[in-house]
Design a binder for this molecule. Structure first.
Ligand code: PLP
Length: 373
């Protein structure tokens, strides 16, 4: 029988969203002067703009691309892009896990489009060389539910005629994103920044803006999706004049996370923390023959949402496994996503401390042995 470990991770927060708060997070550390004020006051707009400016600085987003804060988390931002820009030309969609599959479903069932779909099983990527960039192309940079990511942006055509739409929610702040290959990118603060849900961030390149100003979809658009007014881009959205009322508490929380990101060296500092976490988890996997990676190929394996296979485990075993560790305060929310093959998922993004990943190893052994006994 494996003895119960004595040392708990200091922060057992390994959820893949909402993810662990940044080190040093406490509610009393948030700036609250903008709360209880109009988001259109001088102060409110300045705080929203600061969140945008810090995002640009840390992600190295060039001045060619606009950054806006929009409603409804990453889903809101991605749907807004789909609903406002698709339909002008053919659509290709890539799906290798649950969220990519969700965008396909919306393109087909809601927008009544007929996308060419390139699929792959959980743990794999479709053949990216087959993607036709005369189409608009929908894809997920990091598939959070399978732990598979695109290796880089090399496969995205520089001379593409269509637009590239990247759901980058569990990728930004963890990988380099080649912005010249991105026409639309979306993310939510709740992932790699350890921020809150509620708002999405929408990044638009010049060709996306051109599409918005030259094309009107045949379907109606709710007010929260409208980015164009009298044929022109609503530029205010990209300066902090949000479409509707944001949560200033969520905005302050995002600023607090972005300031931390800046203090540790920006994107390079975040990437280094994330890589150290993924390496520490990889070591745990390598040392145990009953644990494996769902994404076998390291070149496409996520460094944020790392998905693990557990020998002989079914959904019920995983539920008990994760429940046992949660009860001990050793690991929260590490059961794989409900649609994914039964397994574990450990968030390795920058807000997690490497020592906590390391402390997880003995607990995994203990849970496995306890359930097998
Ligand atoms: C790849 C991907 N896309 C979309 C979403 C939905 O994000 P949100 O709940 O922030 O809208 C998630 C959430 O886990 C995700 O991982």
């Amino acid at each position: 029988m494996t003895d119960k470990p004595t040392a708990l991770p200091a922060r057992a927060h390994f959820s893949s969203g909402p993810c662990a708060k940044r080190p040093g997070w406490a509610p009393e550390n948030l700036a609250i002067e903008s709360l209880g004020r109009s988001h259109r006051s001088k102060l409110g707009k300045a705080r929203l703009k600061l969140a945008i400016d810090l995002t640009r600085e840390i992600l190295n987003v060039p001045s060619t691309h606009r950054i806006g804060i929009v409603p409804a988390s990453d889903t809101g931002a991605y749907e807004m892009a789909m609903w406002t820009m698709l339909g002008a030309r053919g659509v290709t969609a890539l799906a290798w896990e649950s969220f990519g599959e969700g965008w396909v479903t919306d393109a087909v069932k809601q927008l009544k489009l007929e996308p060419k779909v390139h699929r792959a099983d959980y743990g794999q990527l479709p053949d990216l060389s087959k993607v036709d960039f005369t189409d608009d192309v929908l894809f997920t940079w990091n598939g959070t539910t399978s732990g598979v990511r695109v290796p880089d942006g090399e496969w995205i055509a520089a001379d593409r005629e269509g637009l590239s739409f990247a759901d980058a929610t569990s990728a930004v702040f963890a990988y380099d994103i080649p912005w010249d290959k991105i026409d639309v990118a979306t993310f939510s603060w709740q992932k790699v920044l350890g921020g809150e849900g509620a708002h999405g961030v929408l990044i638009l390149g010049p060709r996306a803006v051109e599409r918005l100003e030259s094309y009107t979809p045949s379907w109606p658009l709710p007010k929260v999706f409208r980015l164009v007014s009298k044929g022109k881009l609503a530029e205010g959205v990209f300066k902090g004049e949000t479409i509707n009322t944001p949560s200033m508490l969520a905005v302050e929380d995002a600023i607090f996370a972005l300031e931390w990101a800046k203090s540790i060296g920006g994107l390079e500092g975040l990437k280094a923390r994330c890589t150290a976490n993924a390496d520490a988890l990889d070591k745990i996997v390598a040392e145990r023959d009953w644990l494996g990676h769902l994404a076998v190929d390291k070149g496409i394996r996520s460094k944020t949402s790392v998905c693990l296979t557990v020998e002989g485990a079914d959904a019920d075993f995983i539920k008990k496994f994760a429940g046992l560790l949660e009860k001990e305060g050793a690991a929260y929310d590490i059961a794989g996503y409900r649609d994914a093959p039964a397994g574990l998922r450990v968030w390795c993004g920058a807000t997690v401390d490497t020592a906590d990943i390391e402390a997880l190893g003995p607990w995994l052994d203990w849970a496995y042995a306890t359930l097998k006994a």
